[in-house]
Design a protein around this ligand. Structure first.
Ligand code: GTP
Ligand code: MG
Length: 225
């Protein structure tokens, strides 16, 4: 067996700790159709944003190891509210340490304009104005890369100084060399963005690739990793 470097050992330890942290069972607590229904300020939150059908809900299911926790579908526009998930454990003051927030997708052209406007308003208000939102994971489909509407969301997050990290999804759908190229090009594209975390996580919810890395990144983002 090849010897591991100290960095590799530290990374493996962080992933192991993150796996353990995520292992408590996750439950759905609330669907929020508009800002006035947001849960009271409580745990740290991390949110999953991205174009319709990019794989936000699937990634939450992969992180929580619970198929069907977040509803997924081949039809864009499946998630229509901000859906909050927390762990069901014994916590100090009954306060779970982390909430995962599944968001409606943006860029879904086929929905009626009034619906798209309502979602856009909800997504933008939540992303700009939630004090417990620690990091936004902006998901990008490996087959498509960054699109104009992704850039608009990144502009908003930069302006509001909300920390975010890009996550490539559906990595099983492209060849490894193409993925490496896309990672480099995407990092280059965000290099001047002030609120962007300068690393990318590539994932496949289908194959469970990158899921432990993402868990470790999330723990780091909430100051526990
Ligand atoms: P909306 O809620 O409509 O915005 O979509 P979403 O971003 O939540 O996407 P969802 O998780 O519902 O996934 C959309 C489709 O992509 C589903 O058919 C998933 O099975 C598929 N999908 C998600 N992740 C992966 C992946 O890693 N690999 C592959 N091959 N398919 C995936
Ligand atoms: Mg969804």
């Amino acid at each position: 067996m090849p010897e591991l470097s100290p960095e590799e050992i530290a990374r493996a330890n962080r992933k192991g700790a993150a796996r353990k942290f995520f292992a408590d069972p996750w439950i759905f607590i609330r669907g929020v159709p508009s800002m006035k229904f947001l849960p009271p300020i409580g745990p740290d939150e991390v949110a999953f944003a991205g174009r319709s059908n990019v794989g936000k809900s699937s990634l939450i299911n992969a992180l929580t190891a619970k198929k069907g926790l977040a509803r997924t579908s081949n039809t864009p526009g499946r998630t229509q509210e901000l859906n909050f998930f927390v762990q069901d454990g014994e916590y100090e003051n009954d306060l779970p340490p982390l909430a995962l927030v599944d968001m409606p997708g943006y860029g879904f052209a086929k929905a009626p304009k009034s619906v798209v406007d309502a979602w856009t308003e909800l997504i933008f208000s939540y992303l700009q104005g939630r004090s417990t939102l620690r990091r936004v994971y902006v998901l990008i489909d490996s087959r498509h890369g960054l699109k104009k509407n992704d850039e608009e969301v990144l502009d908003l997050l930069d302006k509001a100084a909300v920390s975010y990290q890009l996550v490539l999804t559906k990595a099983d759908k492209i060849k490894p060399p193409a993925l490496v190229k896309l990672e480099a090009a995407t990092l280059k594209a965000i290099e001047k963005r002030p609120a962007a975390f300068p690393e990318i996580v590539s994932t496949s919810s289908e194959k469970n690739w990158g899921v432990d890395d993402l868990k470790a990144a999330i723990l780091f983002a909430i100051g526990r990793g």
